[in-house]
Design a protein around this ligand. Sequence first.
Ligand code: NDP
Length: 336
Amino acid sequence: NKQVVLRDYVSGFPKESDMDIVEGTIELKVPEGYNDVLLKNLYLSCDPYMVALMRDIGPEGFQNYTPGSPLTGYGVSKVIESGHPNYKKGDLVWGFTKWEEFSLVSPTLLFKIEHTDVPLSYYTGILGMPGMTAYAGFFELGSPKNGENVFVSAASGAVGQLVGQFAKLTGCYVVGSAGSKEKVDLLKNKLGFDEAFNYKEESDLDATLKRYFPEGIDIYFENVGGKTLDAVLLNMRVHGRIPVCGMVSQYNLTQPESVTNLAHIIFKRVLMQGFIVNDFYHLYPKFLEFLLPHIREGKVVYVEDRDEGLENGPAALVGLYSGRNVGKQVLVVARD
Ligand code: NDP
């Protein structure tokens, strides 16, 4: 049972060498009397939050990784054997699993996959956790209205590409920022953003935002934090909203950058609110009902970046922090 295990706790930026590929053993059987399910992992999701679990002190309320044990995370898997009445051999599921070929897990955070006319890997992205994140953050916290001005950072990634498309479906004007020309082209030509720019080439982000938003920003979907957030705060409109989804530019810094323009949220009456997707899974059926028809009709598209094999997992994961991924980073472990 090939596994990706944490070698030791990580400080600063993670490196491929912080993880080892090892051959573990697993009995392909659910132990007598257990409610667990035995999974064959097909697709694993590489997500920016995972580095936080590699630290010796993880975020409050989350279980950090243990050196010598496989990473855990979201994935798409097939049930090989089940000790739980709600699951049976052959079921396809998405949810929490481990970075290995086969996993024995408790099915507390597993969703059964009912719709298989879309690529199964979509359940690591558009139809899984990142999709729910974009949906909950944009619609529940952003409260968007037709005609509003929306700005999205890390816009070509797993979450951002959907926020932009949801904004267009709502009749908003949407601009995205991303870290390469290839990503900017993708945003404008495939993902339907009105405008996009490469933040690495902009020396004065405040001026850049004023150029794209002469009347200001109604909704800023925050994925990166740092300098981008600071410039956005100078450009929010009265009663603007900032759903704070993530701050990927800050996760690996030993000294986080300071944000100096926070007081602007007072005068502009801006609502800035952090959220965690786990609090919104009760909306999953409604989300599927909304999104599946759009996917089937080609009105919402999804860009994935796939790597094959657990041995390529560490590079795929670390690549999230240098922007190597173009679209949702997926690790293909097996196809069925
Ligand atoms: P992405 O697919 O967007 O991948 C990460 C991207 O972040 C990279 O491709 C890179 O794109 C960008 N990035 C990396 N370093 C920096 C940096 N220093 N400055 C600016 N951009 C950087 O990831 P996701 O879509 O999965 O996640 C987006 C955000 O949403 C993250 O902050 C994540 O933690 C958060 N999140 C929060 C959830 C919640 O429940 N609150 C759930 C899921 C995700 P580029 O080339 O454009 O720089």
